[in-house]
Ligand binder design. Sequence first.
Ligand code: SF4
Length: 91
Amino acid sequence: MDVPPNQVIRFIQLGLKDDVEKATGPWFCAACLVCQTRCPRGVDIPRLMEAVRAIHLRAKEGLIDVSEVDKEFLMDAPPLALISAFRKYTY
Ligand code: SF4
């Protein structure tokens, strides 16, 4: 992650929309929930990362056109990776 989740949240708090849009952190978040379980304030960071991704997707940024994905790649890719990618990059 170029910008860690806590910094993305700070950007959101400060209204730094451009910095949030440029951050790759939300796209690397695996929703493993580690940060959420460790956060002393109970901040649901994975949900915030999901919200940032959803905002991008609603603006039609970073979408995958499944018809353009290489068929051999689809056959060889781990199913969990495909499910995760399609969940994040399609709608
Ligand atoms: S849910 Fe996991 S991957 Fe996502 S920001 Fe938290 S610790 Fe990182």
